[in-house]
Design a protein around this ligand. Structure first.
Ligand code: PXL
Length: 274
């Protein structure tokens, strides 16, 4: 098979969510559904169900680096996607690896907490992420809570910057583009806003769906990485990935007693046109 016929390859650094709602399983499903081949570098294991996360075990940083280096020497990677990191040591190891591939677009989903509010990153990890990964990030995809958290330090928490100001600070800290998602903001619609060096690039409003979803952020960030791997520019990649993610949520299902899950393969079950 010639290299042109390869599906685009996306390397994901993220943690295992055995429920398949979020985490690297969500990334693998999204990338596969969008025609990419995922490389899955596991940063941590979790024990969780659809209602919440019970425990987290970070993978040793040497093992994270080993998983990635072996594959990067073997295969052409078209995009990186980074989710939950597991430890400060993992952040340092990943930052060192991606620094060797500055031409590969990098989507960073700053996973600070689960959809049900369980903490998934310590303050030390957040500081390391800002210092080591933000300057190497093509697109950062915080929700509005994460954007406020990343853009304000403890001394300045009272200043309560608005979201455009948070995005500006995150661009100043090194992210080329920032997509702030609006699920946690009030309103009949969910508005997601893409910012760059010159400020707001586009804002897209989506009908707010009634349920609470596990893994919507992982789905969106992976869908953007898939689109970048397929050669779309950032604004197109962001728009198309929102449309895909909204469909996965509108077709979501509730497999257990907690949150709903996105259906990344909704299209398999769509009735065929006559
Ligand atoms: O949705 C964020 C997320 C990412 N990665 C893992 C998770 C979660 C949320 O629970 O468990 C492994």
């Amino acid at each position: 098979m010639s290299e042109d016929l390869l599906p685009p390859i996306v390397m994901v650094f993220a943690a295992s969510d055995p429920s398949g709602g979020a985490g690297i399983q969500a990334d693998i499903m999204t990338l596969s559904s969008m025609g990419c081949h995922p490389l899955s570098v596991i940063t941590a294991l979790t024990v969780q169900d659809s209602a919440g996360v019970e425990s987290v075990l970070a993978v040793d940083a040497d093992w994270v680096a080993g998983q990635a280096r072996a594959l990067l020497e073997d295969m052409p990677v078209a995009a990186f996607k980074i989710g939950m990191l597991g430890s400060v040591e993992n952040i340092a190891a990943i930052a060192e690896i991606v620094a060797d591939y500055p031409e590969i677009p990098l989507v960073l989903d700053p996973v600070l907490a689960s959809g049900s509010g369980d903490e998934l990153a310590s303050e030390d990890m957040i500081a390391a992420l800002c210092e080591l990964l933000l300057p190497q990030t093509t697109l950062l995809t915080p929700n509005s809570l994460e954007a406020r958290h990343l853009a304000t330090d403890a001394d300045d928490a009272a200043s309560d910057p608005d979201l455009p100001e948070c995005a500006r600070r995150l661009v100043d800290a090194g992210a080329e583009f920032v997509l702030v998602t609006g699920t946690h903001e009030p309103g009949m619609q969910v508005v997601n806003s893409l910012y760059g060096e010159a400020g707001l690039i586009r804002a897209d409003a989506w009908e707010r769906l009634p349920d609470s979803y596990h893994g919507s952020g992982c789905t969106l960030a992976s869908a953007i990485a898939a689109n970048l791997a397929n050669g779309l520019d950032v604004a197109e990649a962001v728009y198309d990935a929102q449309e895909y993610t909204w469909q996965t949520l509108a077709n979501g299902f509730r497999p257990g007693m907690g949150q709903h899950f996105p259906d990344r393969f909704f299209w398999v079950r769509e009735p065929e046109d006559e």
